[in-house]
Structure formats: structure tokens, C-alpha cells
Design a protein around this ligand. Sequence first.
Ligand SMILES: Nc1ncnc2c1ncn2[C@@H]1O[C@H](COP(=O)(O)OP(=O)(O)OP(=O)(O)O)[C@@H](O)[C@H]1O
Ligand SMILES: [Mg+2]
Length: 555
Amino acid sequence: MFEQALEKLVRARIPGVFVPTLEEDRVLKAVRAAIKNLLVQRVATPEKVRLFRWSRVSGWVETLKKGDSPDMWVWDSVPWDRYDSDLTSTLRALRSEEIGQGQWDFVSILDAGTELSGPENVVAVRMLREILAETRSDGVARTIILVGADFDLPETLRADCRVLPFEIPDTASLGEILGTRISALKNSYPEIVFDSTQIENFIRACLGLSAGEALHLLSLSIVTHRAFDDRAVELALKEKKALVKSSALEYRTPRLGMDDVAGLENVKEWIRGCDKLWKNRETAKQRGCSIPSGLLLIGIQGCGKSLTAEVLAGHWGLPLLVFDVGSLFGSLLGQTEGAFRKVKEILNACKPCVAFIDEIEKSFGGQGDLDGGTTGRVNASFLSWLQEKPEEIFVVASANDIGKFVESPEIIRAGRFDQIFFVDLPDEKARAEVLAIKFRQRGYRANDPVIKKCIAEGANVSAGYSPAELEACVKSVINRAFNEGVEVPRAAWLLEAIARRVPLSRTMSEKLESLRGWVRDGRAEAASLAVIGQNGKPAERRSPKADGGGFPVLR
Ligand SMILES: Nc1ncnc2c1ncn2[C@@H]1O[C@H](COP(=O)(O)OP(=O)(O)OP(=O)(O)O)[C@@H](O)[C@H]1O
Ligand SMILES: [Mg+2]
């Protein structure tokens, strides 16, 4: 796929291509393959193609030795005589290079990010810009390929240089790459059993990693354990968590289920209503169904938005990738676009998956013109990604602040959210459920008479408290019981803990009311069956349609 995309750009005589990746070898191999293909199609002649490679420490020229058939053509490398460890000098030499009739030069510049960013490299950037512009306007047959860690391509190079992401391999290509290595390992380690289910699990665990990283983990695991078992999968998952974390994503394995969610009946019902469609996507699509792929949760802190994302992923057996848009837009200057590209690549490789975009409202606004328009550009590409993302990436987005939606309703439109829920504070029944769940999660039985009393009395006095606040109270009384040497916490302690806490809803009642007012205008469904309406009274019961098509109208 990459080869074809590269070939297309080369044929279109695009003078520069930037491939953001550290997998130099795979890119160079793909470049050679694309060139060979052009030759087979007689777009160029083998004798007249030269492939230059420059890095700060070495320079090579490769030419093709023709064999009887294209399969027998081999690349021949010799040191590049005009190579210089300084990129500017090399580019100068390249510029003066004669490109004769029918000749085609390809130049790969390695570590492009380091070589072309920062004030010390402005001359190299300028030189490159002039070469690219000349190449385009004079119709010279020269293609410059920039390879290296992702960075925001300087504005001045954008006119003549395209960014071509080097895809993180998907299941099929990762299977092929790892399969080849496994065949080789089978010869070297005949005593090791490579079980096919284990291979499948390993491939799945490696999704999201580059081919080089996956291969490295495979070798590491074999060498360390002299076996190919669950430890290889664990290692891959651990590495993946660390690697994904270095982007604006965090990889989480969902642990909680529907039973861990108190209230939010409408959300749970909607999720269950989508089960069949989501799990049988292909058949459903053939039957003309639209597959739900986006859910927006609006509400105040601590009421279960993040929890819902986790539970949804766990319920459908999908990995959860938490996408921190705040940190993406707060990335160091010059790294935002690259960071977003990385996020898209990882999500694509991990699909089907759930992407949780916490505080989606942060994806708007930012540094204005301070960063040369990068924030605006990434904002726009974030919105178009939301609109065009593959449907196997189910987006759950959360928002605490509706101000941004009122200013820029396009976030909601772009999100193609199949459903928007307002997650309100729990009513008494839901508060009792929260308390029961939180005691149960810590090993206390909800039908123990003392715990039962805690739950009933605690739920009764805690109107206005969020589940997160109730959880904090439960934690404190359990610690108190331990400190006082009592087996089960007393109900009076829980009431004390609740009374001592000032709930957020009291300090931000105005904000909460404005949120509720926005929702009452029909812009979102209530997440729970009984929602506290104005003056603390339950609002009317509304139940959402779980047909995936209930897109609320934004007025
Ligand atoms: N409905 C609920 N049922 C059970 N536990 C809940 C519920 N809502 C929240 N919690 C618990 O409260 C804590 C905070 O919840 P969560 O992170 O989901 O809130 P949030 O709405 O995402 O808040 P924020 O806006 O601060 O991100 C978690 O430990 C979660 O388990
Ligand atoms: Mg949250």
C-alpha cells in the first residue's frame, strides 16, 4: 500500500515526500520496490536510475544492475563521492549534479526531522526549498524522500513536499512480517513450539506497534524465555502500553463491566441495543444498517463518563485507547501535527477499538496565531478525522463544559455522534447502587446488615453528591474501620464523612443548572431514568432509542 502511494507521488512528479517513521530500512526497501515497478512499466530505464542515500555519518549511491528479468535486477551500492556530513554542503553538491536525458535521481535524506528543524538548520531548509522548487519548475527527474522521526514539516517546504505516513502494519501485514521471522526462528530453535493460537494472540497484542518493534519483541521473548508462550504476549502488551503512552494515547485493558455502573440505565440500554449491530457489523452493513460509532457524554465531574467508556469497551471485548486531546494541543511547538498523525496511525492499527476522547471541548481554541497556524490546522484535521474515521474505531467523547459547543457546534456535527447523553448526578436509588458497588469492589458484602444500613442511610443523606464523591467517602470509612480495628465500618461514620464533604454540585450549582438547561432544550438524552430536574425534583422519564440513529438536533 505504501509502495503504491509512493509510486503515485513519484509518477505525479512531486519533488519531495516526507515519510515520518523510524523504520528506515522498511522505507528504503519500499522505495526500491516502487522504483523497480516504475522500471518494469518502462516509466524509466534501469541504467539511468540512481538512488542516493544521505545520513550525517555516511552517503551511498545505489544503481541497478540489470538481469535477464526484473526479478534478477540487483541494487549495487558504492560510497557517494560528493557526500558531506553537512546536509547543506551535500544539497549544494546535489544541486550542481547534472541530470541527463532519461536519468532519474532519487535521494533519501535520513533523520530528516533532526536535520531540518531548529534555527541552526534554516540554511539547509532554505537550500532544500530551492532545490524542490527548481525540480518542480524545471521538470527535472528528481525525487527527494525525507525519512525520520515525525516533526512538523517547515511551512516553506509544504508547497513541494507531501507527507506520506508509513503505516503501522495491520493484522494481515503484521502476520506476514512475523510469520517470516517465525519460520526462520523455527529453524534456529527446533525445540520451541510455535502454537498457532499463541501466534494469533501475539499478533493481536502487537497491533499498534511498528514492524521493527514487533520483531524485536518476538526475538527478545524467544531469547529470554526459550519458549513462545503467554509471556511473549504479556511483554508485547507491556511494551505497547509504554509506546502508546509516548503518544497522546494511553492503552488500557478494560476491567470493569456493566455491573460496576450504578444508574445510567439509558446509557446501558443504548449500549446493549447496539450489541447486535456492532458485533455483526459486516452482515448488518450488507442489510443496509448504519453502524453506530460515536457516543458523546456531557456532564459534571465524577459521574461516570470515563467509566462508561471503559465499560463499553469491555462489554464489546475491545481495547480502550484514551486520547488526551488536551496534551496533543499542548504539545511542544513543532510536534503537534506529528503527534496527531501518530495517534491516527495507532488507532487505525488497533481497530476495532474504542477511542475515548476525554474533554473533547479542549480540542478547540488554543494558541491562536502564536504557532504559525499549526493549532488551527490540527483542529481542522481533528474535525475531519472525527468525520471520516473508520467506523471500527468507536469514539466515546466526554465533555464537562458546554460553552465550547455553543460557540462551535461543529464539534458535535463532525463527531457524527449517534447518541448524546447528559450524565447527571445520581438520584437516591442510584446513590444506593453506587455505595453498594463501592463496598462490593472492596470486598464487603452488600447484604451484610451493617453495610446495608450504611447504604440506605448514606444514599438518603447524599443528594447532590457525585459517585466519585461517594466513593471517596466509602474509602475513608473503610480506612477508619481498619484503624479502629473494627471489621465493618459503621453507618454513622459514613454519614459523618458525607456531611464533612462539600459536594462540587453545591459550589458549581450555576454551571450545573446551565448544563441542565441546555439539555432540557432537547440537545441530549438523559443518561439515567430519573434525572434530577429543576429544584432537585425528578425530571420526566425519557428513554432513548437504541437504533443507533437517534442523532439529536443541535439548535
Ligand atoms: N455511575 C457510576 N457508577 C459507579 N461508579 C461510578 C459512577 N460514576 C462514577 N463512578 C466512579 O467515580 C469515579 C470517577 O468516575 P469517572 O472517572 O467515570 O467520572 P467522569 O464523569 O469521567 O469525571 P471527570 O469529568 O472528572 O473525568 C470512578 O472511580 C468511577 O468508578
Ligand atoms: Mg473522566
